[in-house]
Design a binder for this molecule. Structure first.
Ligand SMILES: CC(C)(COP(=O)(O)OP(=O)(O)OC[C@H]1O[C@@H](n2cnc3c(N)ncnc32)[C@H](O)[C@@H]1OP(=O)(O)O)[C@@H](O)C(=O)NCCC(=O)NCCS
Length: 396
């Protein structure tokens, strides 16, 4: 007999240990240090005969969405013990978790999937996409002459939590699907043991400064012959050009690689020989529209229009049906209606259109949107248009 419930404080370490084991990791954290970052009222344990056989948690977070921010349930630590998989335990847990998120009135849920085949069945869709890059030094010249008005300085890792959060905020302004790094994660990164180790390699923070203000930073590691860019944030185009140039020109290295770049990053457009930049894309954040009405009302829109969307949602029947959405750049209202849909969309595809990772047109051609009223898909694209593609540089 399975029981689904919150964990008790006494169970916290055991719950974390079983979670690590399910992911194939050995638990090597201080449970006391982790404990404050988990809200046990948002934890789930699946218990069988006194044993924890599965679990999950959701953090209460804020995420950028087109035109603003949203409360989001940041789902994490999803696991079922390898001794108990493929018996429907995760499915029961997802049901329990989404019902809780819905009851608390949180309109969106989001997670990072270990495998991309898992969460579509629960109504999650691809919310953001990112790219991985690699370019050789011999081919990383810019197309246009480049004179930097600023300078690059190193930041002591112990100061990153003070100097850089605001730069991250400014660099991601207007971009959907971003979580700002939590203060305790800045703190954790600043104390990363890599900073105190000796010898070759290491992790460094360098910032771009102009007029006494930090307009960008890069966190990179070195592993000869490669410079690995973990994170590069630029609030201005000068910062972007200067920081990439800095990484490209570092002596002793033959190649620059970067993880998790936005798909609309300006850097590839600056290169003289852009084909030399190897790019591969993959899903980043997965998003679940838990409350269609609330989610659509809180989003910003690029054009004024009125459309009725039929939402198909097998897992959350409260979302099933038609919603008349009145949109304008000033705000939106959404109400359930009996029928008269202009277009029909599955809730997981709606998550992608909602944040802007896919257009309604693309989703229609993929068979995920049905156009009922001629022209409705193009009108939806105009209203849902975003200036920046969703990007999730930081995993909560
Ligand atoms: C992923 C995991 C949570 C699945 O748990 P589970 O209890 O076996 O899942 P369920 O039995 O409820 O499976 C539900 C459906 O999802 C499918 N599924 C589950 N895990 C899958 C996977 N990794 N890849 C593809 N399909 C998967 C099942 O086949 C089943 O399909 P069906 O309904 O068509 O039969 C579990 O395997 C696990 O803990 N894995 C290691 C840690 C991990 O990856 N966690 C996810 C973190 S994001």
């Amino acid at each position: 007999m399975l029981e689904l419930r919150n964990i008790t404080p006494e169970e916290f370490e055991r719950w974390m240990r079983t979670e690590s084991r399910a992911h194939g990791n050995r638990f090597n954290h201080d449970p006391e240090a982790l404990r404050p970052h988990f809200d046990l009222a948002r934890s789930i344990a699946v218990v069988e005969d006194g044993q924890i056989v599965g679990g999950s948690h959701s953090h209460l977070l804020e995420m950028s969405i087109p035109g603003g921010t949203s409360v989001v349930a940041g789902v994490s630590n999803v696991e079922v013990q390898p001794t108990h998989t493929r018996r429907g335990i995760m499915t029961q847990m997802m049901r329990y978790q989404i019902d809780g998120i819905h009851e608390r009135g949180e309109p969106l849920a989001a997670l990072f999937a270990t495998e991309s085949a898992i969460y579509g069945r629960f109504g999650y869709g691809v919310g953001s996409v990112h790219e991985q890059w690699s370019i050789d030094k011999a081919h990383n010249a810019y197309a246009r002459r480049y004179d930097s008005p600023g300078r690059i300085v190193f930041i002591d890792p112990k100061d990153i939590g003070k100097e850089l959060p605001d730069v991250m905020r400014r660099s991601t302004e207007g971009r959907p699907a971003v979580f700002q790094r939590a203060p305790h994660h800045w703190e954790r990164d600043s104390r990363d043991p890599i900073h105190s180790g000796g010898g070759q390699g290491g992790a460094f923070y360098a910032a771009y400064v102009e007029d006494g203000r930090i307009d960008g930073y890069v966190n990179y590691r070195t592993q000869r012959p490669t410079v690995l860019v973990n994170e590069l944030m630029a609030a201005t185009r000068e910062a972007s050009a200067a920081l990439w140039r800095f990484c490209f020109d570092l002596d002793l290295y033959e190649r620059t690689e970067a993880v998790k770049r936005p798909v609309d990053d300006p850097m590839p457009w600056m290169l003289a020989d852009p084909r030399r930049l190897q790019r591969s894309a993959r899903d980043g954040l997965w998003v679940r529209v838990v409350d269609v009405r609330a989610a659509l009302e809180q989003r910003g829109y690029a054009a004024s229009d009125r459309l009725t969307l039929e939402v198909r949602d097998d897992f959350c029947d409260w979302n099933q049906g038609c919603f008349e959405l009145e949109m304008s750049p000033e705000g939106a209202s959404c109400r359930p209606v009996a029928g008269g849909a202009d277009l029909a969309i599955n809730v997981s595809a709606l998550a992608s259109a909602y944040l802007g990772s896919a257009t309604f047109t693309t989703l229609m051609h993929a068979g995920l949107v049905d156009e009922v009223t001629a022209g409705a898909v193009q009108r939806a694209d105009r209203a849902f248009a975003v200036p920046y593609k969703p990007w999730t540089p930081y995993n909560f």
